[in-house]
Design a protein around this ligand. Structure first.
Ligand code: GDP
Length: 448
């Protein structure tokens, strides 16, 4: 999936543009799943081209770096984007700040499209000709508010995107992203699996940046740890601000089949962990939670003096149950994700995690047959009294498993009713570790 970054000075309409581009094209699932208005990246499909759109200003704002916002935006876009959309304000006209951003972007060897937003009427569309002074070939006038010009823009985006070189993927290969907050143990885990075989680490040709993968053999499968550039140096404290690691994770997630989300056993689970896992869920990838540093948790060494007056819980099972309960609270929307308690440095359960990666990838590829789906429909109808008319449930693809609910009036469906069907599907096939997508599709349908 290609990454498209929105860049521009404040108040040019980046977030409205972002919301319009994502919102209009988001499935009901994502729109309602509580993935909130503060989201800063989203997925959309245009002409069967998958895009990840990032509002990079939003990313640095979330990281609490308002002051350096523009500098950070440019830096992030440079590092992470395949294409940059420079947003300017047609109703205000060209400003010095626009020019300075353009100067910074000009020498990049990435496609750049100028979008003169807030071109809410004809006069402004004409006025926006002045932006050609910025020196970029592609320019579009849009009005995010009035939904004008966005389709033309997207047409152009998918035209000029660099076609990513196909990775030479072995059939039996599973692409894995190790993601998580800094210092959760990503490098340590990578080292555990790849160890001395670092010679197998190979630079991936044909990409615009230094994505480096590490490949190991596990049983009959080849496991490719994706984009390990940022996690290579075991034990080194991750430098740079948090949002860089967020975007780097996003890149790895896009490329993977299964994301292993590492959580620190001692100070997790946190909302940061949940946000990172949310990325993998939004992208429809397999997900496994690896609660790392379990050796520390078990030994109780992390407990400070004050808490030692509490009865010490020594039973490993009980500790795990407690941790799972916490996870249930923090990550309530990910009940289908398996949890493995590991220690990257001591090797505890690391083979089990490998096995789980294999299982989850297999699950992502499960296709239900129509008989099963018809039964799910029947049982859903009989156990849910207020469900709108449903003609059929069909599965249209795998990885992630994607279902269509064929209905006559999609607008009468409430999110909770779609979620109910999803749960019914999971009762028949749990799809452990894989998000599933359920879309409402309006069709005139006559059942024979
Ligand atoms: P990263 O930033 O996610 O790549 O984290 P690192 O792999 O660099 O680990 C951060 C620190 O945690 C290092 O000092 C590691 O030695 C330590 N660490 C990682 N995994 C474990 C573990 O399973 N148990 C213990 N006790 N320490 C760990």
């Amino acid at each position: 999936m290609a990454i498209v970054a929105l860049v521009g000075r404040p108040n040019v309409g980046k977030s409205s543009l972002f919301n319009r581009l994502i919102g209009e094209r988001r499935s009901i699932e994502a729109a309602e799943a509580g993935t909130t208005r503060d989201r800063v990246y989203g997925h959309l499909t245009h002409k069967s081209y998958g895009l990840t759109l990032i509002d990079v200003a939003g990313v640095s704002e979330q990281a609490g770096e308002l002051a350096n916002s523009i500098k950070n935006q440019i830096e992030m876009a440079k590092r992470e984007a395949d294409l940059i959309i420079l947003v300017v304000n047609a109703s205000e006209g060209l400003t010095d700040e626009d020019k300075s951003i353009a100067r910074d972007l000009r020498h990049l060897s990435k496609p750049i499209i100028v979008v003169a937003n807030k071109a809410d009427n004809r006069a402004l569309e004409t006025a926006s000709l002045e932006f050609s002074e910025l020196g970029f070939k592609d320019q579009f006038e849009t009005s995010a508010i009035h939904n004008v010009g966005l389709t033309d823009l997207l047409d152009r985006v998918v035209q000029v995107l660099p076609k990513t070189a196909p990775i030479n993927v072995a059939k039996n290969e599973i692409k894995v992203a190790l993601i998580g907050r800094p210092n959760v143990g990503k490098s340590s885990l990578l080292n555990r699996y790849v160890g001395k075989e670092r010679s197998t680490v190979s630079a991936m040709a044909g990409t615009t940046r230094d994505a480096i993968d590490a490949v190991v053999q596990y049983k009959e499968r080849q496991i490719r740890f994706i984009d390990t550039a940022g996690i290579r140096r075991a034990g080194s404290v991750e430098t740079g601000v948090e949002h860089f690691s967020v975007l780097r994770s996003l890149r790895a997630v896009e490329a993977c089949d299964v994301s292993v989300v590492l959580i620190d056993a001692v100070d997790g689970p946190t909302h940061g962990d949940a946000r990172i896992a949310g990325m993998a869920q939004d992208a429809g990838k397999g997900i496994i939670f690896a609660v790392n540093k379990w050796d520390l948790k078990k030994s109780g060494l992390h407990q400070n003096v004050q808490s030692s007056s509490n009865p010490k819980i020594s039973d490993d099972d009980q500790l795990q149950r407690q941790f799972l309960a916490n996870m249930g609270r923090v990550m309530a929307y990910l009940p289908y994700v398996p949890v493995v308690f590991i220690s990257a440095t001591a090797g505890l359960n690391t083979p089990k995690l490998m096995e789980q990666i294999r299982t989850v990838q297999n699950n992502r590829l499960i296709m239900l047959d129509q008989n099963q789906l018809d039964l799910i429909k029947l049982s859903a109808e009989s156990s849910h009294t207020h469900m709108p008319m449903l003609y059929a449930i069909i599965q249209v693809s795998v990885a992630p498993p994607t279902f269509e609910l064929i209905v006559n009036r999609p607008e009468t469906w409430h999110f909770s009713q779609v979620r109910f069907i999803e749960n019914q599907i999971r009762q028949v096939e749990p799809y452990l570790g894989t998000p599933i997508v359920v879309n409402l599709v309006k069709k005139a349908y006559s059942k024979k």
